[in-house]
Design a binder for this molecule. Sequence first.
Ligand code: SF4
Ligand code: SF4
Length: 103
Amino acid sequence: MPPVIDKKRCNSCGICHRICPQDVFGFVAGTPPGIAYPKECWYCGGCVIDCPQGAVSLRLPLPLHIVPSPALYGPPGPGMEDQLKRAAAFSMSIIPEENNEKD
Ligand code: SF4
Ligand code: SF4
């Protein structure tokens, strides 16, 4: 499933468009991005983690669920805490695909 953008939160900065390795987003300066190529998303999570507004969420196919854990990766190094918080928020944004049949 493609990413979902909360247009009320989005400030149209274009970061998601610039960082997406699959060119999923269509972007016109000054407006929230659209989803140009939804089937190209490979669920890397970059857009969710890098969005400064927390405006992007992903609904992953169940087999792709990943829960980042300090138990696995160790304590955060300098400058890593914010990144880990975003990663944790990303994992919390995951909703199993079968629970989104009405979307
Ligand atoms: S990174 Fe976030 S705030 Fe910036 S354009 Fe994308 S969705 Fe909007
Ligand atoms: S999850 Fe990765 S591939 Fe998919 S839209 Fe976001 S940045 Fe692009």
